[in-house]
Design a protein around this ligand. Structure first.
Ligand code: BES
Ligand code: MN
Ligand code: ZN
Length: 499
């Protein structure tokens, strides 16, 4: 998709579809007003007839409007101006994009950034328009054989600029939005690939490939042998039942001074989760191709930060394994020694995410990191607690929690903070080992986070449980969302802006 900025008289723009906003109650946006004047009151006349009332989500397309050079004018409902906010703005933009996708327009002049969105500024609105256009034209076609999808005809989007002074803000919004959209696409593609293709070795190859595309990136892969030497027996126990070897994938972005401590991202990369010997039921097990969405999101974030060449150092560590049952698989009741020295009683082999993450969390101590954020489709319990709106966030540091919360509110890729109180830790008591890998029926997302917290004591740390936000499961309508790439990239952009 090509994004450009257009100024001048929008009535004279020869776009195939010009998108303009109308408020509920008859008020017109500035461009709609101008188009109305040029067309001698045609827009107001249409509104009076009542075919569109201006509610959020409504669209109405007019053809060959008199004295207007565009082939079509799309009226997009903006709702009530007084109650406008960022979330409604996204609904407005999405409604416009969806209507545009249904018509054979190759280009558009989008005048929606002038709509009010509460406290959000022009940079924010422009960036969101870019991110949402890119997300809307996404389709996962890599696995199609003969049944090809009809390609989306939309090729270029011009964003209308009413004031030349806005040029810098709009261009940087387009640049940042494009970088983030690339990261989101990467995360969605990796997430959507099935388990027979996207295994740990595939993820490792993709990391090396991406590192080759950017000067600031480098990749390093640890084999099972390397991990044995480091004592990562918890991580290794998860892949024992699989013919696919586990990998620890490290991607580094060097944008800061060589000696600057990095921000670290850790991703759960279970490329397929059968549950292992604690086998999952068959129905919906196909959703477990998405159990590497944590890895996919940190991977995509590395692309976004490399695209922007953020002036800070960032390290991403992906713990990749396949959780399979076999005669070599870990048994319930097995006890393993983690890299930290803590022993773990594996009471349920389906609680494998924490087993790979804990060793990755110990591994990253060597970076002396500024902050560490791990991202994981960790528990079904978080889907019950928060659904698909917010990712659960846990942290041992107030400032870090606030920074992540702010990035979530800025991007609307939101998180909700959950407790890590010591009182929950007793649920993880093991008779024989230092800790058990499950904490019983209650508070499943919290006890999973409590387990991880035991391995994250050396630094400022946060954990995001994204099992509800990273993908939509099911059969015909499934798909990775790309969350929380936007959140993580915003968090890192904010850190870069401080440095
Ligand atoms: N990958 C799953 C969690 C999951 C469930 C992600 C649904 C996405 C959608 C995880 O490895 C798992 O199986 N967790 C168990 C933990 C339990 C055994 C303590 C769960 O949530 O049931
Ligand atoms: Mn599992
Ligand atoms: Zn899992």
């Amino acid at each position: 998709m090509l994004f450009g900025i257009k100024s001048g008289n929008p009535a004279k723009n020869r776009s195939q579809c010009t998108m303009i906003g109308v408020y509920e109650g008859g008020k017109l946006s500035p461009t709609a007003n101008l188009i109305d004047k040029e067309s001698k009151g045609y827009i107001k006349k249409i509104l009076k007839r009542g075919d569109i009332s201006g509610k959020v989500g409504e669209t109405f397309i007019l053809h060959d409007v008199r004295d207007i050079s565009a082939a079509r004018i799309m009226l997009v409902g903006l709702g009530k101006e007084a109650s406008a906010d960022g979330a409604k703005f996204l609904q407005i933009v999405n409604a416009g994009i969806n209507a545009l996708k249904k018509i054979p327009a190759k280009n558009t002049l989008c005048c929606l950034a002038e709509a009010s969105a509460g406290d959000e500024d022009l940079y924010w609105k422009t960036r969101k328009i870019v991110e949402h256009f890119e997300a809307a034209v996404y389709s996962f076609t890599e696995m199609r054989g003969t049944k090809k999808d009809t390609p989306i005809g939309l090729e270029s989007i011009d964003l209308f600029m009413s004031d030349k002074a806005d040029q810098i803000a709009m261009q940087s919004a387009i640049d940042d939005g494009t970088a983030i959209a690339k990261g989101i696409k990467t995360a969605r593609d990796l997430g959507n690939l099935p388990g027979n293709i996207c295994h740990p070795t595939y993820l490792a190859e993709q990391a090396q490939k991406m590192a080759g595309e950017y000067d600031s990136l480098s990749a390093k892969i640890l084999s099972e042998k390397d991990m044995e030497k480091l004592g990562m027996h918890s991580l290794l126990s998860v892949g024992h039942g699989s013919a696919q070897p586990s990998k620890l994938i490290i991607i580094e972005h060097k944008g800061g001074k060589p000696k600057d401590a990095p921000h670290v991202l850790v991703g759960k990369g279970i490329t397929f989760d059968t549950g292992g010997i604690s086998l999952k039921p068959g129905a919906n097990m196909w959703d477990m191709i998405y159990d590497m969405c944590g890895a996919a999101s940190v991977f995509g974030t590395m692309r976004a930060v490399a695209e922007q060449n953020l002036p800070i150092n960032i390290v991403c560590v992906i713990a990749a394994a396949e959780n399979m049952p076999s005669d070599c698989a870990t048994r319930p009741g097995d006890i393993v020694t983690s890299m930290s020295g803590q022993t773990i009683e594996i009471l349920n082999t389906d609680a494998e995410g924490r087993l790979v993450l804990c060793d990755a969390l110990t591994y990253v101590e060597k970076y002396n990191p500024k902050t560490v954020i791990d991202v994981a489709t960790l528990t079904g319990a978080v889907v019950v607690a928060l659904g698909s709106q917010a990712s659960a966030m846990y942290s041992n540091d107030e400032t870090l929690a606030e920074d992540i919360n702010n990035a979530g509110n800025t991007t609307l890729d939101r998180v909700w903070r959950m407790p890590l109180w010591d009182e929950y830790q007793v649920q993880l008591k093991s008779a024989f080992a230092d800790v058990a890998n499950i904490g019983g029926r209650e508070a499943g997302s919290i006890t999973a986070a409590c387990f991880l917290s035991r391995f994250a004591k050396q630094y400022r740390w946060a954990h995001l449980d994204i099992a509800g936000t990273a993908f939509r499961g099911g059969v015909a309508n499934k798909g990775a969302t790309g969350r929380p790439v936007t959140l993580l990239t915003q968090y890192l952009m904010d850190r870069a802006a401080e440095s």
